[in-house]
Design a protein. Structure first.
Length: 729
């Protein structure tokens, strides 16, 4: 893993990590079609099985050859996809093999009388492999089932077997239940280049397909028992109405040697109706023991269980967040301390177990995203994130790159009194040790690099706010303290109103985009304020609704932007408009057809959305106070905040609606439509902000790409909701 540490010009740390693989070997893949002729224009994917997602695709030339350069010394899986759903699979040890020959297999029609789903659990009539009676102990009972065994057979070549099945009307899903067994694990070769692999391909006659590939090392040692057997897993594929028949192909291969054998045991091949229960269809992925009780130190749950069941795709929580972080932790677990390794193991298992109740077809991908995000916070806290060693916290930052993960990390630490201080103390202890060891001449360069990484990580953890909320009186006093401190600071040449909002937004709204829109924040001002006794608080009680806690950072970030930019696109983007952009994403992910109905049900409500009541009130207060100071209604930000908290809140929405939209729902809807459809050439700032938020939150389709009538309904819903709030103050 390569980790880059840098500082922005304002002094805040940037930490980015990359999983890299290097190699110097060249690999030639020669692909033939099913008749033995060179297969031209075939896409060949070479993928590292231990490091999922790292790979390269090449297309065969007129000789049927695809060339890969700089191949790393690790297990490489190969898949060739030809026309008419023809496919070939293979594997090799990178650096040890220079040429691989592959032959495309066509999709085979079912053969009458050659077996079916209901004959020997679907394991009879296969081409290749051996049908055997397999004994399995279940408690005190010994069960004997028929299974298909595809073994490496002391061969260096990929061993395959396949069988096709007719589909009855109403079939919505097919599955294959399997178990991987290898002599490499009891032989002591786990983690070596002898990384035997298997692949499962399911293809239908409508050209739909799915492929699952795993290797011994990628599965993780925790996936195997002492004899080298995994638990039973299931791979499955959803069927379209047009599918008439389906083919299963399994392949297994020795890698780098033929001495120790591996085999894939197909326990059952079946078909299910949509949303079948485990009682009706017990061989679904969600029903397997490995999915009900995820094994420790293994990441297969996310793909083999969660993704198999939920089908959220590459941007959904199971793959984009769960599997991503899990594999990065597992690939770097040896760098953690003993207590750090235990934290990684227990936390990862906790995160997987939290998703088990959601493995059903009624669960939406949005619901899994919310549940997964919530479990991050819970599992970090339950496994004592506050009690690790200093370098462990550096490793955690290196692994947790997404804002979803880091946001949960900040929340978990901030919710526990004294946690951030304990972490900083652990980091300081390690810094002192690294400096002392380096000064003594021990591994000078590494200790210096570690000390530098610790120092940057220290800044991240030091900035975490411990959850502390203030009542109205204390909040008013707190803002006055910050403004008074700004007035006496050496930086008072910069408007104290701006310094006040800078302090309150510096932890959460301080990236390069905010710097471009509002201006940079001086770390020296933050240090001065802290030296003068200013503390950071999370939120404050809203005087209109004591149950609602307002976020200081959100309100004052909006306030600072409107104060600097006034009433224009930049001021709107960092306030109500930015929230509306992300709220549009909530609508498109919800499945609710009417944008107007979605706004009525969720905008400014105490529901789980990106535009809840607290944010809407913060946007209104931020706008009203900033414009009030600019127009001379309030002497300062602190005075404006006090006025709103001590009575002005009663008309916050009325004042905001009148000032920004002339008190007109028509104007509000028109403004919404203008911002939602602005073109890059006409409104580049708005277009860029809209696109960047859409990409960040995975919003598809973009607002400008949906029917205008649908978007108009969404904007009308926004305007109506705002008008209703204004009518009530």
């Amino acid at each position: 893993m390569l980790t880059i540490y840098a500082l922005e010009t304002s002094g805040w740390p940037i930490i980015q990590s990359f999983q890299l693989l290097f190699g110097s070997a060249t690999l030639k893949v020669v692909v033939q079609d099913d008749l033995g002729s060179p297969a031209v224009g075939v896409a060949v994917l070479a993928n590292t099985t231990t490091f999922l997602g790292i790979g390269e695709t090449a297309v065969t030339d007129p000789d049927g050859t695809a060339l890969f350069k700089n191949v790393p010394s690790t297990t490489i899986s190969l898949k060739a996809d030809g026309s008419e759903n023809k496919v070939a699979v293979g594997s090799l040890a990178g650096g040890l093999v220079a040429t691989v020959n592959m032959k495309l297999l066509p999709l085979h029609h079912p053969i009458a009388g050659a077996g079916g789903f209901d004959v020997d659990n679907g394991t009879s009539g296969w081409t290749g492999g051996t049908t055997k009676t397999i004994t399995k102990r279940d408690g005190r009972l010994v069960k004997r089932d028929t299974g298909l065994v595809v073994s490496t057979n002391f061969s260096p070549d990929v061993q395959t077997a396949y069988q096709s099945f007719d589909l009855a009307e109403g079939a919505t899903l097919v599955y294959l239940k399997y178990q991987f067994q290898t002599e490499e694990v009891p032989g002591g070769f786990f983690g070596t280049q002898f990384n035997d692999y298997f692949s499962i391909v399911i293809r239908a006659d409508d050209e739909s397909s799915t492929t699952v590939t795993h290797s011994m090392n990628e599965l993780g040692l925790g996936a195997f028992d002492a004899a080298g057997s995994t638990k039973e897993f299931t791979t499955q594929m959803a069927l379209a109405d047009a599918a008439q028949y389906v083919e299963f192909m399994v392949a297994v291969s020795n890698v780098a040697d033929e001495l120790y054998q591996s085999q894939l045991v197909v326990r059952k091949v079946g078909v299910c109706d949509k949303c079948a229960s485990c009682d009706d269809c017990p061989d679904l992925a969600k029903c397997q023991d490995a999915c009900k009780n995820p094994p420790a130190n293994s990441c297969t749950f996310y793909r083999s269980c969660a993704e198999e069941t939920l089908k959220c795709g590459s941007s959904g929580y199971p793959i984009a967040y769960g599997e991503l972080a899990c594999y990065r932790f597992q690939n770097n677990i040896d760098e953690f301390s003993t207590v750090g390794k235990a934290w990684v193991t227990n936390t990862e298992q906790c995160l997987q177990e939290a998703l088990v109740p959601f493995l059903n077809c009624d669960t939406t991908c949005d619901a899994v995203m919310f549940a997964g995000s919530d479990s991050l916070y819970t599992c970090y806290v339950q496994n004592d994130i506050c009690s690790l060693e200093g370098m462990d916290y550096v490793r955690i930052l290196n692994v947790l790159e997404t804002e979803v993960h880091r946001g949960a990390l900040r929340a978990a630490i901030g919710s526990q009194e004294g946690c951030s201080k304990a972490i900083v103390k652990a980091i300081d202890t390690d810094i002192q040790k690294k400096v002392a060891d380096g000064a003594a001449g021990s591994d000078v360069l590494q200790n210096a690099a570690d000390a530098h990484a610790l120092a940057l990580a220290r800044k991240f953890y030091l900035m975490i706010i411990e959850d502390q909320d203030l009542d109205v009186a204390a909040a008013v006093k707190y803002i006055k303290q910050i403004q008074d401190t700004a007035a006496i600071s050496p930086f008072s040449a910069r408007d104290p109103n701006i310094l006040t909002t800078d302090y309150l937004r510096h932890n959460n709204y301080n990236d390069y985009q905010w710097t471009l829109l509002v201006g940079g924040i001086s770390p020296l001002w933050i240090m001065f304020a802290e030296a003068e006794g200013v503390q950071m608080y999370h939120g404050y009680t809203d005087p209109a609704s004591p149950a609602i806690v307002m976020d200081f950072a959100h309100t004052f970030a909006t306030m600072g932007s409107v104060y600097v930019n006034g009433e224009n696109s930049a001021g709107d983007i960092t306030g109500w408009l930015g929230d509306l952009f992300t709220f549009y994403g909530d609508w498109k992910r919800s499945g609710v057809a009417s944008g107007k109905d979605f706004c009525a049900q969720n905008l400014g409500q105490q529901t789980q959305s990106t535009f809840p009541m607290a944010d809407l009130r913060g946007d209104a207060d931020g706008y009203n106070i900033a414009m009030g100071v600019k127009n001379g209604a309030y002497p300062s930000i602190a005075d404006g905040f006090a006025a709103v908290m001590q009575g002005g809140y009663a008309s916050r929405f009325k004042d905001f609606f009148q000032a920004r939209f002339q008190g007109s729902a028509t104007v509000a809807s028109s403004t919404c439509m203008d911002y939602m459809t602005a073109k890059a050439l006409d409104r580049p700032l708005v277009w860029k902000a809209r696109r960047s938020l859409a990409v960040k939150f995975g919003v598809v389709p973009f607002p400008e790409d949906i029917p205008r009538a649908d978007l108009q309904g969404f904007c009308d819903g926004f305007a109506d909701a705002l008008a209703n709030f204004a009518a009530n103050g």
